[in-house]
Design a protein around this ligand. Structure first.
Ligand code: DP6
Length: 325
């Protein structure tokens, strides 16, 4: 029987969390900032269990897709749940069910939203169980707890912007609240390197030297650009930042790459779009082949034009404000 549930959104970082000072509790080498993708959600339900141990199950819900979690993926999710139970002093064993409102094969990473939803669901469980610890738990503490499950999830507790400097993420005021998001879903047939593994490998790249300073200085310029409405500056910083991260991947030992010919093609199309229109999107890429584009609210027509110019086999998933493109 269901005891409680929680949902949490995904997020896309513009200054990336890449490289850690602790791989066990996910403390970041540098600060990162993300836009929360309120339309891309994970839900976690917690149910009673007859079993002696916690277990994970797909959550069956109309319009939602249960992730295909490997044994390793389930173990990682349940390990985080165990840590949360310990923190809140929750006894007993439970069934943890999860689903996303976006398909698991569409190339959108669900770890940030699912770990954030799990943290919030455990917090709800703690309240139901009358945990004294839950009474005094702040958003900062929830963010810090979520970080220990998956780093980027600590930013999913705030919208529209979250800034994560050290232990926890915090909301950022005064930045545009109405940006739209498109993700161009591209097939990546290469062998996958998990983002947790990427965090380890990047430190072997010769370019990791100076990475922290580069990220910190871009963060300051990005905040200035977003705050003053200098969209060209925002777009330029997003571009150099994700290219920097991907170059770290491609020059690490052993090297690996998520960029495909199609990702490079979309990025070239973005650059041409800017040249032709004197305006365009802010592009970014995570640890995958997909290209994410941010558009200002007044650019809906440009976003539709850009999407229409893409090859037919490139799927575009857009935020609700761009629906219909
Ligand atoms: C490239 O949060 O997935 O998306 O802490 O090991 O779970 P773990 O890593 P994760 O790393 C995300 C990396 C990124 C950049 C970002 O979201 O900042």
């Amino acid at each position: 029987m269901k005891i409680c549930s929680a949902t949490a959104p995904s997020n896309i970082a513009l200054i990336k969390y890449m490289g850690k000072t602790s791989h066990t509790v996910n403390t970041p080498a540098n600060a990162s900032i993300s836009l929360t993708l309120d339309h891309l959600l994970s839900e976690v339900e917690i149910h009673d269990s007859e079993s002696a141990t916690d277990s994970w199950q797909p959550l069956i819900k109309e319009g939602w897709t249960a992730p295909e979690l490997s044994e390793k993926g389930q173990a990682r999710f349940l390990k985080h749940f165990a840590k949360l139970k310990e923190h809140f002093g929750i006894d007993g064993s439970y069934q943890v069910l999860s689903a996303n409102n976006f398909p698991s094969d569409c190339g959108i990473a669900s770890s940030a939203s699912s770990f954030a939803a799990l943290t919030l669901a455990a917090f709800e469980l703690a309240k139901v169980k009358g945990s004294a610890e839950a009474e005094s738990t702040s958003m900062k503490q929830l963010s810090e707890l979520s970080r220990q499950g998956s780093g980027s999830s600590c930013r999913s507790l705030y919208t529209p912007w979250a800034l994560w400097r050290h232990e926890y993420a915090e909301p950022v005021e005064g930045l545009p609240a109405d940006l739209e998001h498109q993700v161009i879903i591209l097939n990546d047939e290469k062998k996958e390197v998990s983002s947790s593994e990427a965090h380890k490998r990047v430190t072997t790249s010769p370019s990791f030297e100076g990475r922290i300073e580069r990220a910190e200085s871009r963060l300051e310029s990005l905040l200035t650009g977003l705050g003053s409405g200098d969209w060209k500056q925002v777009s330029d910083i997003c571009l150099v930042e994700f290219e920097d991260m991907h170059e770290l991947f491609e020059t690490s030992e052993p090297s690996f790459s998520y960029r495909t010919d199609d990702s490079r093609k979309v990025v070239e199309m973005v650059k041409s779009f800017w040249q032709e229109n004197g305006d365009g999107p802010a592009p970014t890429m995570d640890a995958g082949a997909n290209v994410h584009l941010l558009w200002r609210a007044d650019q809906a027509l440009q976003a539709a034009e850009f999407a229409a110019s893409l090859p037919d086999d490139f799927q575009v998933v857009a935020s609700p404000g761009l629906a219909g493109d």
